[in-house]
Design a protein around this ligand. Structure first.
Ligand code: PEP
Ligand code: MN
Length: 301
């Protein structure tokens, strides 16, 4: 469902000319479709990325890759370089983790998305990853964004913890200006006064961004919720507001996870979430013409 362009939004975002939609475009032909191996993100298919918060071991990653692929995910997530809030927490497996991700890709055919934290790591991460993830803490790391302009891989740009849509699109513009138009925006919740959830999922950001920008927009319900019981219902909300996909944390044994276990789904829960999304995805299909059917019923009275 396309939301009408608001003159205020147009004034606010149109300066980011490489990522903003023009106000007079009433159709979707101007959208950016990000090609990742045989997949198109932003082209109508709903693409699910799933996997552990952090790559912990070969068996953890392989089991998870197989389970999420069997449930319909198309891209494997997993951090090899982890931006942890505490310096005492597990910081990731580094290059060994990247190698395991590439092994999982070979075994399952899933594409790989993984985080890159600094410009020094761009080359090594680009060697293994299909999509370069910029985490919430790095959204305004302009040296990193500029380096990603030349990395030859699409970029998944997460929203900064306290970033407005304008600041977020400004970062997307920096990547595009540096030479890389293949940017996917990821709403992952923002910091508000609410404490019942880890972050506050700004669900309205999705339709606003789909109106003011031509970039694909996905949702991360895991980091927004912070608790696994909320993840499926937030995923459903993402489908209904027109997101292009999801990135979801899944772990073989969340209680033993080295990071973000509380918000990670088990394999069974992930499969159930995927099944639950099907009818909502069906409703989003443009070919489904509910209105004429309703009119036909009305006309028979
Ligand atoms: C992650 O995806 O595991 C992560 C650290 O996400 P964010 O940058 O959104 O906190
Ligand atoms: Mn995480």
């Amino acid at each position: 469902m396309l939301v009408l362009m608001n003159p205020k939004w147009n004034g606010q975002f149109s300066c980011f000319d490489l990522v903003a939609r023009k106000a007079d475009r009433t159709n979707d032909h101007s959208r950016t479709i990000v090609q990742v191996r045989d997949l198109e993100i932003g082209g109508g298919e709903f693409v699910v990325m799933a996997g552990p918060c952090a790559v912990e071991s070969e068996s953890q990653l392989m089991q998870t890759a197989e389970a999420v692929a069997a449930a319909g995910a198309r891209i494997l997530r997993g951090g090899a370089y982890k931006p942890r809030s505490s310096p005492y927490s597990f910081q990731g497996m580094g290059v060994e983790g990247l190698k395991l991700l590439s092994k999982a890709r070979e075994a399952t055919g899933l594409a790989i998305v993984t985080e890159v934290m600094s410009e020094e790591e761009v080359d090594v991460v680009a060697e293994y990853a299909d999509i370069m993830q910029v985490g919430t803490r790095s959204m305004e790391n302009y040296a990193l964004l500029e380096a990603l302009g030349q990395c030859g891989r699409p970029v998944l740009l997460k929203r900064g913890l306290t970033a407005t849509l304008e600041e977020w699109l400004r970062s997307a513009q920096v990547i595009a200006m540096s030479g890389n138009p293949n940017v996917i925006l990821c709403e992952r919740g923002i910091r508000t006064f609410e404490t019942a959830t880890r972050n506050t999922l700004d669900i309205a950001a999705v339709p606003v961004l789909k109106t003011v920008s031509h970039l694909p927009v996905i949702v991360d319900p895991s980091h927004a919720a912070g608790v696994r019981s909320l993840v499926p219902v937030l995923a459903r909300a993402a489908v209904v507001v027109g997101a292009d996909g999801l990135i979801v944390e899944v772990h073989p044994n969340p209680d033993k996870a080295m990071s973000d276990g509380e918000q990670s789904l088990t394999f069974v829960e992930f499969r159930q979430m995927m099944d639950d999304l099907d009818p909502y995805l069906e409703l989003q299909r443009p070919s489904r013409q509910l209105r004429p059917q309703l009119l036909a019923v009305g006309g028979a009275d």
